[in-house]
Write a protein that binds this ligand. Sequence first.
Ligand code: AMP
Length: 281
Amino acid sequence: MLVINNPEEMRQWSRERRREGSRIALVPTMGCLHEGHLSLIRLAREEADAVVVSIFVNPIQFGPAEDLEKYPRPFDADLARCRELGVAAVFAPAAGGLYAEDHSVFVEETEISTGLCGRTRPGHFRGVTTVVCKLFNLVQPDTAVFGRKDAQQALIIQRMVRDLNIPVRIITGPVVREKDGLAMSSRNRYLAPEERRQAAFIYQGLLAASAHYQAGHNDGASLLDFFRDLIAEKAPDALIEYAALVDGKSLQPVEKVTAPAMLAVAVRVGDTRLIDNIQIG
Ligand code: AMP
């Protein structure tokens, strides 16, 4: 497995693989790899001859009060995991290596990125689309793999490749969870034991809402109440940043579930911000 830090070297490596006729799949990550990431790498291996995992904690997608500095970076353990899974190359540009000092061009989606996480994290998705576009230009993958844990992000990337005619096929993988249902996340390690216990109720709340739908209720407000009530009762240290029922494609709020919808939530447990979602209908 090759570890590439230099963007030009990355481009050169990909160019050679493509010349040999290899199909390349890219899995973009910020490192601190867990089973969620690994499931995407396995998916990528099924799709391509050579898998590239990028590991880059992208500064421009973090807000000024967010956890850029303390974001975990267990680089050697990440490399070992990639090696075990047969990754061909890890692309890990240096912290300052991807942006010119006077970088001034951004890629911005302007519809589906405005709600949900876009509302509470201004500039976040602009940072994501910009870095993913740069990674696509450098790695030149045929396919890129994203997790549905970050469902809004995956939809925005799909919109970006469609609207900018970027020749990369986007595929998504399901949310991978801990035994008690908590969606795996690099940020879960910030949680103190009692916070970790309460965090499991985020998924329980989503399941409660989903069960209410399956029992014949399709009214959005009452589904959201099921989620809010369970959090209020079982996770008193959790603060709901948003809980929204949205159309599965447009991410516009829906009042009644008549087409595939998504219940998406962001919850703060202590200082840690966690997101999760579930398909409804
Ligand atoms: P991150 O390192 O947090 O930027 O995530 C890199 C990729 O892994 C993104 O496409 C995420 O959606 C995906 N991912 C993170 N956590 C999970 C999970 N629990 N299940 C599935 N995919 C995940």
